[in-house]
Design a binder for this molecule. Structure first.
Ligand SMILES: Cc1cc2nc3c(=O)[nH]c(=O)nc-3n(C[C@H](O)[C@H](O)[C@H](O)COP(=O)(O)OP(=O)(O)OC[C@H]3O[C@@H](n4cnc5c(N)ncnc54)[C@H](O)[C@@H]3O)c2cc1C
Length: 321
């Protein structure tokens, strides 16, 4: 059975959930083989094995962290030439999509981004569901040339437990000078609170201009904390300086696909929807019954958020005892 390469997303040895999601997709197409860059594989191996990784190719060089994206694309290109995989799966993050594009140029293969489902087609090759044009159109696509490169949207595929050997093989690639042109000179860790990561969260509570002010937006944080959710924001909120840009959801922000997305005081402009409309369940609170968000909401409450959210908090607190 041909291998399917999965480029691991990890931070300090902790495997990101999207890696496990990609392993589940990879098992549908062939034998899942993780490509791990940098240190930390020992701590991760058990988790990778528990999600079906047959093999783990480890390129433990500082180059992958010291230089921006290009070394990872060169590593993958070399593995594609050597292993002739059935497909290459990469997380559909900003970095992952850039790696996918570079790899496609290097290998001459087709690339599919924003994949929300990956299955084996009739001939066994990947049949990919893509949320295109900001999620407005869903298409089914196949790659006709080369080993298909697929950028998989985080949170779109349910990871399934499966036993694999996760046999470690060291690999090393001689990187070109061109791969070392964009160097990382400094890393500044963002302060991480107790809240889950926005793109990986099961529940996201997002606030819009309806919150009225920086102070008003605090009600979004309170609601998120009451249900263990991540906080998101519309661009209007971010542009007004009420909340940091890294939490913006939408076309020019993050793409999220949680089990539950709560849009509070958000109109539901197409650019916002582009980042959240593949959420499994959408709930909206808005005082305008004509707000476009209600067109895609599974549940909607028409009302003033400063009346509705405190009632919601009261109910949550009663349930939590
Ligand atoms: C190129 C481009 C890229 C963009 N990218 C993004 C993006 O990534 N993400 C994004 O979000 N936007 C993006 N936008 C902006 C987008 O078009 C909208 O302007 C933006 O999403 C509006 O944010 P909002 O819904 O918070 O504000 P508004 O559109 O002003 O909506 C506020 C909503 O709150 C409701 N409301 C007001 N007060 C209350 C209250 N007390 N209780 C309940 N409801 C209330 C109103 O009825 C209204 O529906 C982009 C635009 C462009 C042109």
């Amino acid at each position: 059975m041909a291998e399917v390469l999965v480029l691991a997303e990890h931070a300090d040895g902790a495997v990101k959930k999207v890696t496990l999601e990609m392993l589940t997709a990879a098992a549908r197409l062939g034998e899942p083989a993780v490509v791990w860059t940098g240190p930390g594989v020992e701590a991760a191996r058990e988790r990778l094995a528990a999600h079906g990784a047959a093999r783990v190719y480890v390129a433990d060089s500082a180059d992958y962290a010291d230089y921006v994206v290009a070394p990872k694309a060169e590593l993958l290109a070399s593995l594609v030439a050597e292993k002739a995989p059935a497909a290459v799966l990469i997380a559909g993050t900003a970095e992952g999509k850039e790696i996918a594009g570079r790899l496609a140029v290097k290998t001459g293969a087709g690339v599919l981004t924003d994949a929300v489902e990956v299955v084996a087609g009739q001939d066994g090759s990947p049949l990919v569901t893509q949320a295109n044009f900001g999620g407005a159109i869903t298409v089914h696509s196949v790659v006709r040339r080369g080993a298909p490169i697929i950028a998989v949207r985080p949170n779109a595929i349910q990871p399934v437990a499966a036993q694999g050997a996760a046999e470690v093989t060291e690999v090393s690639v001689t990187l070109s000078d061109a791969a070392r042109t964009a160097q990382v000179t400094e890393r500044v860790a963002t302060e991480k609170g107790a809240r889950p990561d926005l793109t990986e969260a099961q529940v996201v509570v997002s606030g819009g201009r309806g919150t009225g002010s920086e102070d008003g937006f605090k009600i979004i944080e309170t609601l998120a904390d009451a249900i263990g959710a991540a906080v998101g924001a519309s661009r209007a909120v971010v542009d007004a300086g009420w909340y940091p840009h890294q939490f913006q959801v939408g076309q020019t922000g993050k793409t999220v696909s949680p089990q539950l997305y709560l849009a509070v005081g958000i109109s539901g402009a197409i650019q916002h929807r582009a980042g959240m409309q593949t959420s499994k369940t959408i709930m909206a609170i808005n005082k305008d019954p004509e707000a476009p968000i209600f067109e895609i909401a599974d549940f909607g409450v028409v009302g003033d958020l400063f009346t509705v959210v405190p009632q919601l908090l009261e109910e949550i607190s009663k349930r939590n005892g």
